[in-house]
Design a protein around this ligand. Structure first.
Ligand SMILES: C[S@@+](CC[C@H](N)C(=O)[O-])C[C@H]1O[C@@H](n2cnc3c(N)ncnc32)[C@H](O)[C@@H]1O
Length: 396
């Protein structure tokens, strides 16, 4: 049996679901597929005034090219009769680098053509957020603001390449609370040298933050030489923060996210939910039925109106397995369409390591399991695919 000693900690859901691969290239017509559907929209704004040393996302240094928004609108206008009922999310990069006029153009277009979603989130940094942006965004229907805080610890902020002092961070969070129903923040742990997660969640709770995402830092090339806590210490620090959040009325919502009960973070469940996701902009990903797609991440071409979308197709039965396993990221898995027997080895891995408890058909992650959930999802993906491949071989 696998023990914690011989498995490597998996830090994100992309790696967790990597055994599923990318699917087979397809020529599917996205406009036709989205026609008549309901779902969510994701818009990527890759620009950042300064690139943070730790960042692994699709970004480009500098102010947004004004033509980038023209292409966003051109791309959006290719879709008809798609109803955005669930969520609209502006991710980055730093979306608040867009001007008030640019936000007006995009949000008005979306609302007129696709309707008004239940939740509209804009990601921001402390530096690129002010009263003018707060007024503009809230008046345009944005009801959720998400700050990349990472940590309230000054020296760690410096190591991560974050600008602005804690004082400024707190000032901007307070400003946001005056304008938005939901204010969320991102925090990191497995930081260089040590963690400050408990201090960070205490500060977040004290500030009345509604949603808190807690990610383990994924070490990129620029960060790789820093020593950082071992996995046992990270597990202890995560569980300590989990207990504090629980005692203070927060509960685990999805993937790495905790909510005080008011934050629904609808956009995070766009994969597990049956609804489709229309990804727009350079680097943006999306899915509809059994087709997944992503945009080639070249911002300067996108600004010139040129973009390429890579589309892949996953067999229906495999997609069913992938969606089922993804529900684990929400903390609970109910064995209805699949049986415990289908995932015998993974369930035994979870139970023997005290990652989860099984009550009848319901597998519930324990705090330790929330820390190791990506490993469990990875094990389940491998077990599912091994069995599926064997079935296919026997058929063929
Ligand atoms: C688009 S980014 C940040 C948005 C905004 N531009 C900012 O700087 O605050 C969204 C989140 O991804 C997470 N992230 C980025 N790089 C990461 C890494 N190397 N490891 C783990 N999480 C990372 C951070 O928590 C970040 O807030």
């Amino acid at each position: 049996m696998k023990t914690l000693k011989n498995i490597e900690w998996i830090k994100n859901h992309h790696q967790a679901l990597s055994p599923f691969g990318k699917g087979k290239p397809t020529l599917a017509n996205l406009q036709e597929m989205f026609y008549g559907k309901e779902g969510s929209i994701y818009i990527h704004i890759p620009y950042c005034l300064k690139i943070c040393k730790f960042c692994i996302l699709i970004k480009k240094p500098g102010k947004p090219n004004p033509k980038y928004v023209d292409t966003l609108l051109k791309e959006l206008s290719m879709y008809e009769n798609y109803k955005v009922v669930r969520s609209l999310y502006f991710g980055g990069g730093t979306p608040t680098l867009l001007s008030v006029e640019e936000f007006e153009r995009i949000l008005t277009f979306i609302q007129e053509r696709f309707g008004k979603p239940e939740e509209t989130t804009v990601e921001t940094t402390v530096t690129e957020f002010n009263k003018e942006k707060a007024e503009c965004l809230s008046s345009l229907g944005v009801n959720r603001l998400s700050f990349g805080v990472q940590t309230f610890n000054e020296s760690e902020r410096y190591l991560l390449g974050r600008r602005r002092s804690i004082k400024e961070v707190i000032k901007k969070i307070k400003l946001a609370k005056d304008y938005f129903k939901i204010v969320a923040i991102d925090l990191l742990y497995d930081l260089p040298y040590d963690n400050f997660l408990l201090d960070d969640v205490k500060k977040a709770v004290e500030l009345g933050i509604n949603g808190i995402s807690i990610y383990p830092l994924v070490y990129n090339k620029s960060m790789k030489n820093y020593p950082h806590p071992d996995v046992k210490k990270n597990e202890r620090d995560f569980i300590e923060a989990y207990n504090f959040l629980k005692e203070n009325g927060y509960s685990h919502l999805s993937i790495n996210h905790f909510s005080d009960g008011t934050d629904k973070f609808l956009s995070s469940s766009s994969f597990t939910a049956a609804l489709s996701l229309l990804g727009i902009g350079c680097g943006a990903a999306g899915h509809v039925e059994n087709i997944s797609f992503f945009h080639i991440p070249i911002p300067y071409l996108y600004s010139r109106g040129i973009f390429q979308i890579v589309k892949t197709k996953t067999p229906e039965e495999v997609l069913k397995g992938k969606k089922f396993i993804s529900q684990l990221f929400n903390g609970v898995l109910v064995f209805n369409d699949f049986s415990v027997e289908d995932f015998k080895e993974s369930v035994s891995l979870a139970l023997s390591n005290e990652w989860a408890e099984l009550n009848g058909k319901k597998l519930t992650l324990l705090p330790k399991g929330l820390f190791w959930k990506h490993n469990l999802a990875h094990a389940m993906a491998k077990e599912f695919l091994n069995k599926w491949n064997r079935r296919m071989e026997n058929k063929g």
